[in-house]
Design a protein around this ligand. Structure first.
Ligand SMILES: Nc1ncnc2c1ncn2[C@@H]1O[C@H](COP(=O)(O)OP(=O)(O)OP(=O)(O)O)[C@@H](O)[C@H]1O
Ligand SMILES: [Mg+2]
Length: 279
């Protein structure tokens, strides 16, 4: 039998310690629910030529957070969201949502996502209840499940008063609440809201912001686009600033303020998008 020298024992011990330290101190990347890598979408227009609506966007949204996508008109917010919801295909780059690839597994992505778009339409002749029920059944829910979900959403969004009225007679705020309920009836893990408070009064906007926060508190992951600074300040855990299709900055409010060296969110935005002094 071979006997071991003291040096060999020492070496073995050293290697064991090194391996243990590597395991303990290996930096863990935070888990992500949405992840995009150099995600790009170009449109071609006869007059404008190539429009890079999303240009190499790499962003990460972590579980249970509200990620704000902040950008001016035409910045590319809706395009990024439509890519994530698999409504359009990327020109290049990749993205995963809830672990599923948007190009290879669009069906799996859609079943895990609720997408409220500015253009989310309602059928005028249906009542709010019929509308939400219809989409619940389209998403494969049994009637009983739909009823339970609708009851809950109607309470959270304060919809009971108009549930049995036809959509064509609803106010803008009532329509938006119905659209939100129709978008979320299948209780998706990931919620994509494209400017959900646009054109709504203060009370209705607040109700929707509160609702989105409650969704986050129940563990949902939310990506929320807006160009309203006060919404970002009230609602978002982390923010991505998008400008001319590019993600120009990402971080918490505090991180963005620190990076811009100013406190006021409008100034932060103008500074980080290089538009300071143009206003
Ligand atoms: N289907 C399309 N065909 C051609 N150009 C498009 C198309 N969709 C978007 N664009 C262009 O891509 C750019 C980004 O548009 P997008 O709608 O994503 O911006 P946005 O940030 O959502 O703006 P807004 O705040 O006005 O909603 C714009 O220049 C827009 O004109
Ligand atoms: Mg938009």
């Amino acid at each position: 039998m071979l006997s071991r020298t003291g040096r060999e024992d020492n070496l073995e011990e050293c290697l064991r310690n090194l391996a243990r330290d590597c395991i303990q101190f290996r930096p863990k990347s935070p888990p992500r629910v949405i992840s995009t890598h150099l995600l790009s979408k170009s449109f071609f227009d006869k007059k404008r030529g190539e429009i890079k609506a999303a240009d190499k966007v790499s962003l990460e949204v972590r579980p249970g957070e509200i990620y704000g996508l902040l950008g001016a008109n035409g910045a590319g917010k809706t395009t990024v969201m439509r890519l994530l919801a698999t409504l359009i295909a990327p020109t290049s780059g990749s993205a995963t949502v809830a672990g599923c690839d948007v190009v290879r597994e669009p069906g799996a992505v859609r079943s895990r996502v609720g997408f409220l778009a500015a253009s989310t339409a309602l059928y005028n002749r249906l009542t709010a209840r019929e509308m939400v029920t219809y989409f619940g059944e389209l998403n494969g829910l049994a009637r009983r499940e739909v009823d339970i979900r609708l009851e809950r959403l109607a309470t959270e969004l304060d919809m009971h008063e108009f549930l049995d009225r036809r959509c064509d007679g609803l106010s803008t705020g009532m329509k938006q609440k119905t659209s939100i309920a129709r978008t979320l009836v299948h209780d998706p893990a990931v919620m994509i809201f494209d400017e959900p408070t646009l054109g709504l009064d203060v009370m209705t906007s607040r109700a929707i912001v509160r609702f989105v926060r409650e969704c986050r508190d129940r563990g949902k992951t939310v990506i929320y686009s807006t160009h309203m600074m006060h919404e970002v300040e009230k609602l978002c855990d982390r923010i991505g600033i998008i400008h001319q299709g590019r993600l120009v900055a990402e971080g918490t409010l505090a991180e963005l303020r620190q990076r811009a060296g100013v406190n006021d969110m409008e100034e932060v935005f103008l500074k980080l998008t290089g538009q300071e002094g143009l206003s």
